[in-house]
Design a protein around this ligand. Structure first.
Ligand SMILES: Nc1ncnc2c1ncn2[C@@H]1O[C@H](COP(=O)(O)OP(=O)(O)OP(=O)(O)O)[C@@H](O)[C@H]1O
Length: 466
């Protein structure tokens, strides 16, 4: 993929568009990604000797760890999943469940590839869908007049094809009618007309009901395994033509896409470019040779280890090798230290980066600079109600200060605090917007104080509201 050829500097520049600060972390992930590209240029036998160097991100909550990983994946079109390591310590989880992260990755990969392929055949599929609509609106006379024997349709009629048994050509009237309908259809005249179509029935069937839970854990599914042997069930639905076209286009696209190819490409992409983000890894680090919870925490690390070291996981799409998947683990490490992880796992995450707590200045930048900055989002949303809001620079500073002080006085949740504060700040305006007649509104520091001071200064209140 072309974007993989981005230089580390270009990758950092791309990340800068969305994430404020955290220079070191951006650099490290950029290098890890570039190394992957470098590896792909090497001869195959050398490639196999080079394993990706996984990254351990250390930093408090809400400072951009997940955001960096997610943006990186998006940048290069890599399948991405995030899991919480603590999930595997929950009651009911057993060792093999850690493999679900690979199954989730392959599902993500399948979805991406399927979507891309669907996009490619979209025009053709829509054409076929239109053709089907025309045939439904103007069925051929032969079928409607003398329905063929269904057995004959399935088994043929042993070559006894006498001329009168052959399906007559649709007569010129039908052809003419179809031509006219097609013209109306394509010029958009029929969009609201109701039409009845046969759609595939996706409701669970008896096979699935008998299959129970066990198969699900293997990532298997009876319908998928035997689906092709069973007759496809359809049901009739009445829809406006514009909706029916969407359904039929999906179906037609499905016929045009080579699913074996999609599966192979998805596996390749997950294996070679996949990124798995394992959050809260510090929560499964154990201190001292404990018993009870410590044992289970160490157990989770031991379960994760083979996946990170490189192994093969069975999925319903086939075996998936984990050797070249890029793993990023993250944690606050307030109590446990990276050295409390089992040594083998420490060795698999040789790149360590620290992410800093965000400063007041950084809060100001987060509010205004990223392409999807929070204040821009609210401006866009309220514009749909014909209200142009504008945040004065001082108001932004006031919001940032409030966020910082609430973080200090309650729990420090980093930039996430900006989300809750802004939501509260604009709550009344968002509620009243449809009835307001103003066209422009400037959010001033006074407005911020008026809306938020009472809550922000009251520790108990802000714990619940902000
Ligand atoms: N440096 C940053 N620049 C821009 N936005 C940020 C930054 N840090 C955090 N955010 C915003 O805060 C939200 C939470 O950040 P993120 O999910 O990256 O937290 P995290 O560090 O991974 O914490 P956790 O480990 O608790 O998930 C994101 O949705 C993002 O919008």
């Amino acid at each position: 993929m072309l974007t993989q050829a981005l230089t580390p500097r270009q990758i950092v520049a791309e990340l800068d568009k969305y994430i404020v600060g955290q220079k070191q972390a951006k650099k490290s992930v950029a290098v890890a990604l570039r190394n992957r590209y470098r590896r792909s240029l090497l001869p195959e036998h050398t490639q196999d000797d080079i394993v990706p160097k996984n990254i351990l991100m250390i930093g408090p909550t809400g400072v951009g760890k997940t955001e960096i990983a997610r943006r990186l994946a998006k940048l290069v079109g890599a399948p991405f999943v995030k899991v919480e390591a603590t999930k595997f310590t929950e009651v009911g989880y057993v060792g093999r469940d850690v493999e679900s992260m690979i199954r989730d990755l392959i599902e993500t990969s399948m979805r991406m590839v399927k979507q891309e392929r669907t996009e490619k055949v979209k025009d053709k599929a829509e054409e076929a869908a239109n053709e089907r609509i025309v045939h439904i609106l103007a069925p051929s006379q032969s079928k409607s007049k003398n329905q063929r024997n269904p057995f004959e349709m399935i088994f043929g009629n042993n070559g006894n094809n006498s001329p009168e048994q052959e399906e007559p050509e649709p007569d010129t009237n039908v052809a003419e009618r179809r031509r006219k309908i097609k013209f109306d259809l394509l010029s958009g005249k029929l969009e609201e007309d109701i039409i009845e179509i046969d759609v595939e029935d996706t409701a669970p069937n008896m096979m699935d009901m008998f299959a129970g839970q066990g198969n699900d854990q293997m990532g298997m599914n009876m319908q998928e395994m035997f689906g092709s042997l069973l007759p496809r069930r359809t049901k009739k639905r009445k829809l406006p033509i514009k909706e029916a076209r969407k359904v039929l286009t999906q179906e037609e696209a499905g016929k045009l896409i080579d699913m074996d190819d999609v599966t192979q490409e998805s596996i390749r992409r997950a294996e070679q470019t996949g990124i798995i983000f394992i959050d809260e890894i510090d929560k499964v680090a154990s201190q001292g040779r404990g018993s009870g919870p410590d044992v289970s925490r160490e157990g989770v690390q031991r379960d994760i280890l083979p996946i990170v070291e490189g192994s093969t996981v069975m999925t319903k799409y086939g075996p998936v090798k984990t050797d070249y998947i890029l793993f990023m683990a993250a944690g606050a490490f307030h109590v446990a230290k990276p050295s409390d992880l089992i040594p083998e796992l420490q060795g698999r995450f040789p790149i360590r980066v620290e992410l800093n707590s965000l400063s007041l200045e950084e809060f100001v930048s987060i509010l205004t600079e990223p392409q999807n900055a929070l204040t821009k989002q609210y401006v866009d949303l309220l514009r749909t109600e014909n209200i142009e809001i504008e945040f004065s620079d001082e108001a932004i500073r006031e919001i940032a200060k409030l966020a910082e002080s609430v973080n200090q006085n309650t729990e420090n949740i980093g930039a996430r605090r900006l989300h809750t504060i802004l939501e509260k700040l604009l709550e009344d305006l968002s509620y009243e917007a449809p009835e307001l007649t103003l066209e422009r509104m400037v959010i001033t520091p006074e407005y911020v104080r008026e809306k938020l001071n009472d809550i922000a200064l009251d520790r108990d209140l802000s714990q619940y509201i902000l």
